[in-house]
Design a protein. Structure first.
Length: 167
């Protein structure tokens, strides 16, 4: 299942990337979404900053997903490759269970627009589990989109708090 989302922000792109990389942003996002993110490793090669994260959902998983995955909470590793010069973050998710049946990946772009910037997220989730895969794709896509909406809300709050918003 493919999805696309767009959010406008009242700050330059480089400041938005800095906010997304701030531990306070992660703390607020965890509080809002119930997903804890831990940095497992981080490296920079040339213009690309790579991070490998462990993400653990602290919320109970819907029953159909729990039964299909054989676990009560959803845990995954996410690899992010950020090229600030291109304004692009490529991401790929590898679930802790059934990694051979679940693919989730995409690209997040932040580009200047007027005095602010726009974040565009293009992603795709494919779950190859008979009978319930499509339903799970829909639910997971819904959850991801909700998390991105929360992330946008939190980032806008932090832009205002820091006085970074363009006048």
């Amino acid at each position: 299942m493919k999805f696309t989302m767009t959010h406008a922000f009242d700050c330059p792109a480089d400041l938005l990337w800095d906010i997304f990389d701030d531990p306070e942003f992660d703390r607020r996002l965890e509080e809002a979404t119930g997903v804890r993110r831990e940095v497992l490793e981080s490296a920079t090669e040339g213009a690309v900053e790579t991070k490998r994260l462990r993400c653990i959902s602290l919320k109970e998983m819907p029953a159909v997903m729990s039964k299909a995955l054989g676990t009560e909470s959803f845990e995954f590793e996410q690899t992010n490759a950020l090229d600030r010069q291109k304004g692009e973050l490529a991401w790929k998710v590898k679930p802790a269970v059934l990694a051979d049946r679940i693919d989730a990946q995409g690209v997040t772009r932040v580009s200047p627009k007027g005095e602010g910037c726009v974040r565009t997220i293009e992603g795709e989730i494919v779950i190859r589990i008979p009978l319930v895969g499509k339903k799970m794709e829909g639910k997971l896509t819904e959850n991801i989109k909700s998390s991105y909406e929360e992330a946008a809300r939190i980032a806008r709050e932090m832009v205002k708090e820091r006085g970074l918003a363009n006048a």
